[in-house]
Design a protein around this ligand. Structure first.
Ligand SMILES: Cc1cc2nc3c(=O)[nH]c(=O)nc-3n(C[C@H](O)[C@H](O)[C@H](O)COP(=O)(O)O)c2cc1C
Length: 213
C-alpha cells in the first residue's frame, strides 16, 4: 500500500485495498431486518478495511474469470463508477478516490475534503457533512446503450439501486450506517467531483459508524 508521502497531487497514486472478508457474524436475514436509513453518524473516521468492504459490496469483482461483480449488470456492461470522499483516515489523505473493481484498489483523483461542496450541491443535506466517508455512485449510460439502446438509461438506474442496497446491507453487518440521497443538483455534483464526460451522478451515500443502534 502507498503511504501519505506517495500521494503527490497529479501523480494518480493508487491505494491497494485489503482483501474483502467473505465471512461475517451477521446473517443476511438480520441485515435485511435491520436495514434502515441512517442520517447521523459518529464523527470517528472509518478505516481502510471498512472502506474496502463497502467498495467491494458496491461493485467488487466476485468471479475473476469474467469480472462479474457483487451487483448484477445488464449484459455485464458495468456502467457504474464508485467515488469515495474520505476524510480523517489514518492510512490515506483526505480526497476523492475512485474504486477500481478489477484491481480492488482506489485511484486518487482530487486532494482535500470536498464534503462541504458536495453538501451544498445536495440541498445542504446534513448527513453528507456528518459522515467521515461519502460514496457517490455515477453511471456512464453509453456503456450500456451500445448494447441496449434506449433501454440503457433505465437499466443503469436499476443497477445503481442494486449497488446501493448492497452497501446498506454490508453496512449493517459492519455497524456502519448510510442513507441513499437522490436529491441533488446534477450539474453541481458533476462539477464538484470532476466527473468525466457522460458520467451522471445517481446516488450519494454518506457512511459512518452508527450512533443509534
Ligand atoms: C430513490 C431514493 C431517493 C432518496 N433520496 C433521499 C434524499 O435525498 N435524502 C434522504 O434523506 N433520504 C433519501 N432517500 C431515503 C428515503 O427517505 C428512505 O429510504 C425512506 O424514508 C424509508 O426509510 P428506510 O430506508 O429507513 O426504510 C431516498 C430513497 C430513495 C429510494
Amino acid at each position: 500500500m502507498q503511504t501519505q508521502g506517495d500521494m503527490e497531487p497529479g501523480t494518480n497514486p493508487a491505494v491497494d485495498l485489503p482483501e474483502p472478508r467473505l465471512a461475517g457474524t451477521v446473517s443476511i436475514e438480520q441485515t435485511l431486518a435491520e436495514r434502515r436509513s441512517v442520517r447521523s453518524f459518529a464523527p470517528a473516521a472509518l478505516d481502510l478495511d471498512q472502506v474496502s468492504q463497502l467498495a467491494w459490496a458496491a461493485q467488487g469483482v466476485t468471479r475473476r474469470a469474467d469480472g462479474f461483480r457483487t451487483a448484477p449488470s445488464a449484459g455485464a456492461t458495468y456502467p457504474l463508477e464508485i467515488d469515495l470522499l474520505v476524510s480523517g483516515m489514518a492510512e490515506i489523505p483526505d480526497g476523492v478516490y475512485r474504486y477500481d473493481p478489477g484491481r480492488h484498489r482506489l485511484e486518487h483523483r482530487i486532494t482535500g475534503d470536498l464534503r462541504r461542496a458536495l453538501h451544498d450541491a445536495a440541498l445542504r443535506q446534513s448527513p453528507i457533512l456528518a459522515a467521515p466517508v461519502v460514496m457517490v455512485i455515477s453511471g456512464q449510460v453509453s456503456r450500456t446503450a451500445r448494447r441496449y439502446g434506449a433501454r440503457a438509461t433505465r437499466y443503469v438506474f436499476m443497477e445503481a439501486g442494486h449497488a446501493a442496497q448492497n452497501v446498506y446491507l454490508q453496512g449493517v453487518a459492519l455497524d456502519i450506517g448510510t442513507v441513499v440521497i437522490g436529491a441533488f443538483h446534477d450539474r453541481e455534483v458533476t462539477a464538484v467531483l470532476e466527473l468525466r464526460e457522460g458520467e451522471q451522478p445517481l446516488y450519494i451515500l454518506p457512511l459512518g459508524r452508527t450512533t443509534d443502534r
